[in-house]
Ligand binder design. Structure first.
Ligand SMILES: Nc1ncnc2c1ncn2[C@@H]1O[C@H](COP(=O)(O)OP(=O)(O)OP(=O)(O)O)[C@@H](O)[C@H]1O
Ligand SMILES: [Mg+2]
Length: 230
């Protein structure tokens, strides 16, 4: 469904991704792993069209999307939950959610099934996003992304810095989105145990390059040691 061919990505003149080749099939779950600063977020931003410059080819369901603007990619079915969540602190929960609906191809307001995934959001509908806990903001960010009706969701370290009981809930929801709703997932994750449980495939980045990839069953401790240990 998504295919990256010979992708290079730049911040100004500095090349942050080099010769990245990756594919994700419809309904698949791909985890992107690697140490800090290797280009994981840059890869997400490249898929969304948020970089200064990207070369190479990016196709979604066979259509070249590499010239499309970010909002057009969103309409085409790609949603993003950014690292750090990207909640608008002075907007209410409802307003943050409404922003997500603007990217929907077939706008349908704040759909019940999304709120049912995260009941806490309903309680806090009129609260400012900035007044939610980190875990609640993460839930809000995921809900907002789902309201854009994505076929592909990009999740950048969704459990980073969140208290363990909420991490479990968030992980369970991510797995359900993939298995029950058939949403294709690309997850950036430091938690290898979760990546192993949830994913079909993995890819390791190092210095902006894909240095290992395969079926999740091939994710050996040796690979983790080599590409993740600090
Ligand atoms: N806005 C920017 N301008 C210039 N260089 C940047 C910018 N953002 C990131 N970089 C550089 O690009 C490289 C990849 O950064 P990126 O944020 O993609 O890494 P990451 O794997 O997501 O790291 P982390 O695990 O810390 O989130 C790093 O060398 C970083 O310093
Ligand atoms: Mg990052």
């Amino acid at each position: 469904m998504l295919e990256l061919t010979d992708i290079d990505a730049f911040y100004g003149n500095s090349r942050a991704l080099q010769n990245v080749n990756l594919t994700v099939g419809a309904g698949e779950f791909l985890s992107i792993l690697g140490r800090n600063g290797v280009g994981k977020t840059t890869l997400m931003r490249s898929i969304l069209g948020l970089m200064d410059r990207v070369t190479g080819r990016l196709t979604l369901d066979g259509t070249d999307i590499s010239k499309l603007r970010t909002y057009q990619r969103a309409k085409a079915g790609i949603a993003y939950v950014p690292q750090g969540r990207g909640i608008l602190p002075r907007f209410t929960v409802r307003e943050n959610l409404t922003l997500g609906t603007f990217a929907a191809r077939d706008p349908n307001g704040i759909e019940d099934w999304v709120i049912e995934l995260f009941p806490v959001l309903k309680e806090f509908f009129n609260r400012h996003g900035g007044n939610l806990s980190g875990g609640q903001q993460q839930q809000l960010a995921i809900a907002r992304a789902l309201l854009a009706q994505p076929k592909l969701i990009l999740l950048d370290e969704p459990t980073e810095g969140i208290q363990p009981n909420i991490v479990e809930q968030i992980e369970a929801v991510i797995v359900r989105l993939n298995r029950e709703r058939g949403i294709t997932v690309i997850l950036v994750e430091q938690n290898v145990a979760f990546a192993r449980r949830a994913s079909d495939r993995f890819a390791f980045l190092e210095k902006g390059r894909v240095v290992a990839k395969g079926a999740i069953g091939e994710l050996s401790d040796e690979l983790i040691q080599r590409h993740m240990a600090v």
